[in-house]
Write a protein that binds this ligand. Structure first.
Ligand code: AMP
Length: 394
């Protein structure tokens, strides 16, 4: 999947329509509480500007329903923040394909940010006429919205379709995500170890099935380990389990054989609180009145050793309730083992990304994915229509 990037096209005098992911968190007063997603789009935007091109940026923000003027979902604060970060004026269009957007684009502004795509129901519907209006604004289409790549909204699929015949490329952020999540996994250096945790087996079934065909070992942690424990006839006390997924866990155990590695001990507590009464017990022996809240120290040691001998590591999902010390210990041990290994290390988005940031180790791994759902879909081996239809590097 070697896709053409924004660095592979002639930019001088061209207008580039860039689908970005500016879906940033805002507080009640409309202030941006974390501008990482804006900062991550800067390299692609700067590349266009340095190449002598102009950019039109489009994104969704939240899930507006109804009122197109609902200020809670307006991208206006993002335009202001982007202008500060770039130290350049950003023209904000108060609509997406309407008269203000057309006027701001025709006026020759170097950077235009269109209002929230999702103020138009056509965005979710993948409407071709809406997509054609967007595509007509520019000479080049660029997808740099990794967090949305698993979706088929108009801006992701219908717009590049409508731009057929013009260059259609990926931005630097999407290129990097593909490089790690698809290419490194397709041709991994071995041993290839995956670590999967989190609350539910049901969320990760497809990832486990896909990775069982690729990895040398899959280490299981988090609450989903207790559903496997149940399948093996163990006691799980009051732990979070999915009894209706026991058959499936059995099937995965049978297919996985030695590849699937389960915890050997469990750190449990008598309440879902950091200051509860605690015990470390062998896996599958959680007493009544207790719940598993983290992998135990022996498991943490074993997992760290397995990670230490790997050449490729993929991690998705915490080993325990990492938000609530001391039950962050297992997740921390795994994160530290990954950080100190020289393997190619890929951290899935969402909670594992939050954990590695929380421990201050994000700089010590090869790649921290920016997309939760999108990175999980990639680990499931899914192909994205939004990326597939873009130009291949020839
Ligand atoms: P997920 O979204 O499936 O990756 O799950 C992440 C969440 O699972 C985090 O908020 C963790 O606190 C939670 N989690 C991990 N292990 C446990 C556990 N043993 N019991 C309850 N919740 C857990």
């Amino acid at each position: 999947m070697a896709k053409k990037t924004i660095a592979d096209v002639e930019l001088a005098g061209k207008t580039v329509l860039v689908r970005v992911d500016f879906n940033v968190p805002l507080d009640d007063s409309g202030k941006i509480t974390d501008d990482r997603r804006i900062r991550m789009a800067l390299p692609t935007i700067q590349k266009v500007l340095e190449g002598g091109g102009r950019v039109i940026l489009m994104s969704h923000l939240g899930r507006p329903t109804g009122d197109a003027g609902d200020a809670r979902f307006s991208l206006k604060p993002v335009a202001e923040r982007l202008a500060q970060l770039l130290d350049e004026p950003v023209a904000f269009a108060t609509d997406t394909v309407g008269p203000d957007a057309q006027a701001k684009v025709s006026a020759g502004n170097k950077i235009v940010l269109l209002e929230n795509l999702r103020f138009n129901p056509e965005e979710k519907e993948g409407d071709a006429a809406f997509a054609a209006k967007l595509a007509a604004m520019a000479d080049i289409y660029c997808n740099d919205a990794f967090g949305t790549c698993h979706r088929t909204d108009a801006s992701m699929v219908a717009v590049p379709q409508a731009a057929a015949g013009k260059p259609r490329v990926v931005g630097f952020l999407v290129a990097r995500e593909i490089q790690y999540l698809a290419d490194a996994i397709a041709r991994p250096e071995r041993p290839f170890v995956a670590i999967l945790g989190g609350a539910k087996v049901s969320d990760k079934i497809n990832v486990i099935e896909n990775l069982l065909g690729i990895c040398d070992r899959i280490l299981i942690g988090g609450a989903m380990a207790y559903t496997f424990s149940l399948a093996r006839g163990g006691s799980v006390g009051e732990s979070l389990v999915e009894p209706d997924k026991v058959d499936l866990a059995n099937k995965l155990l049978a297919t996985g054989g030695e590849k699937l590695v389960l915890p050997i001990d469990t750190h449990c507590g008598d309440a879902f609180r950091g200051d509860c009464n605690k015990r470390v017990v062998p896996a599958g022996e959680i007493p009544a009145g207790f719940q598993g809240l983290d992998i135990g120290p022996e498991t943490a040691r074993m997992y760290a050793e397995l990670v230490g001998s790997a050449k490729t590591v993929v991690w998705n999902g915490p080993m325990g309730v990492f938000e609530m010390p001391p039950f962050d210990a297992g997740t921390r041990a795994v994160a530290e083992a990954i950080a100190s290994s020289d393997a190619v290390s890929i951290i899935g988005g969402g909670d594992s990304a939050a954990a590695i940031e929380q421990f201050g180790l994000a700089e010590k791994v090869s790649h921290v994915s920016t997309g939760g759902g999108a990175s999980l879909a990639m680990l499931e081996g899914k192909r994205f229509a939004a990326v597939e239809l873009l130009d291949e590097l020839v």
